[in-house]
Ligand binder design. Structure first.
Ligand SMILES: [Zn+2]
Length: 409
């Protein structure tokens, strides 16, 4: 085959998408500047091939055709120094997956500098084989989605599949596969577009990215999976159980909450301070006050008390606090990573007006992450809320998913 050269249009696209900066981690060197004459531009960067342009070049051709090799997808924008570096020793230190990871990370950072971040990160989950869902089940995800299904239909299973995109230890993923005789599913990411595929028998998990086997998923998504963190225990019950054990001395609220959410105390402090700021609330101004070395969390209960301890406020308010902290955590993560918020709890004790205000906020441009909320009870009032609704039903021993169309049901 002849050398697969990029056209000048492809080079221009790659340079532009890279913000005319080198995509190598921590390099970021500018690659365009003033030329010799006042009307000239000097370009010092290179469009490097991810799979090789030449038959025997670095990383090989990976079985790609000439048109695939010359496509924008096969290029990464680098400064001359890093172009040389990645091609040394036949590119052994820089396999295609690594370079794709560099490219995605860099383009994300550039998008962020521009003040724009794509918010729909996970486009679709496709379950080809599992014990729970019918073969070839497809679920397209939107920015805010409600998943309705009675117990045992597979809502948690679905969340656990999505959770495999996070950079949790592989052992957790292994346990997901161990319980399944034969599990295979893939998740399509939308921006940039990639497909991560998980399949396995027992705890032998194989992972591929865009069809090529990879040792780990380089395109991780930060996931706040509420249920995994709190083990389905509402905050109210958790606090009560801790109080009874700690009768003699007052509990340190900051440490308790850190234990409950498995989040570092410093971050808990920041997240809790955001509670009550997303939508109008029954409480405001949450704050930690330290007395004799012990932190207490106080809020202003709008109806009657100015300094209410979280041990005295209602379970409903604690639910709102939990929801707000989960949202604040996702906001925090989404500043640097693609992020998903998975909620599988009784948050829908909130009436539909209150829930609707949350969903309006979660759909706003301010929010750069996706939210999936699972519930087992459906209230027709939910149709007034602008989320997409999906129903999971059992049909012939397996679950199927159905998107609710307007006017249906
Ligand atoms: Zn560089």
């Amino acid at each position: 085959m002849k050398r697969a050269k990029f056209t000048s249009r492809v080079k221009k696209t790659l340079a532009g998408r890279a913000g005319h900066k080198c995509s190598y981690p921590e390099c970021g060197r500018g690659t365009s500047g003033p030329g010799v004459s006042t009307s000239e531009v000097a370009i010092t960067g290179d469009a490097a091939h991810i799979y090789s342009a030449a038959d025997r070049g670095p990383r090989g051709r990976g079985g790609l055709s000439i048109s695939e090799l010359t496509d924008v997808k096969n290029g990464i924008w680098l400064c001359a120094e890093h172009h040389r570096l990645i091609d040394l020793n036949r590119g052994d230190r820089f396999p295609p997956e690594t370079l794709n990871g560099y490219k995605d990370r860099h383009e994300r950072r550039i998008a962020k500098e521009q003040g724009y971040l794509p918010f729909r990160e996970v486009e679709e989950i496709y379950i080809s084989c599992s014990s729970v869902f019918a073969d070839d089940t497809v679920l397209r995800l939107s920015k805010v989605m409600l998943i309705v299904g009675s117990n045992g239909t597979g809502k948690t299973f679905l969340f656990r599949l999505l959770n495999s995109l996070s950079n949790e230890p592989r052992s957790k993923l292994g346990s997901l596969f161990r319980e399944e005789e034969n599990l295979s599913y893939s998740i399509r990411l939308s921006n940039p577009e990639h497909q991560v595929r998980f399949s396995g028998v027992g705890n032998q998990v194989t992972l591929s990215l865009d069809g090529a086997a990879v040792p780990f998923n380089p395109l991780t998504v930060a996931i706040f999976f509420e249920e995994e963190r709190t083990r389905l225990q509402p905050l109210e019950n958790f606090l009560r159980s801790k109080r009874s054990k700690l009768d003699s001395e007052p509990p340190d609220d900051l440490l308790l909450l850190s234990e409950y959410w498995e989040i570092e105390p410093d971050l808990v402090r920041k997240l809790v301070a955001k509670a009550g700021t997303f939508v109008e609330h029954a409480f405001n101004n949450p704050r930690f006050e330290v007395a004799m070395g012990v932190s207490r969390l106080l809020v202003n209960d709008k109806r009657w008390r100015p300094d209410a301890s979280i041990h005295k406020i209602s379970g409903g308010m604690l639910e709102m606090l939990s929801l707000d902290v989960a949202i604040a955590y996702a906001m925090h993560m989404s500043e640097h990573h693609p992020t998903m918020l998975l909620l599988n709890t009784g948050f829908l004790h909130l009436d539909h007006n209150h829930m609707g205000r949350y969903v309006d906020f979660l759909l706003s441009n301010e929010v750069k992450f996706q939210t999936l909320i699972a519930t087992c009870s459906f209230n027709p009032e939910y149709r007034k809320i602008p989320w997409e609704i999906v129903h999971i039903r059992r049909v012939g021993g397996k679950s199927i998913v159905e998107l609710e169309q307007a006017g249906e049901f």
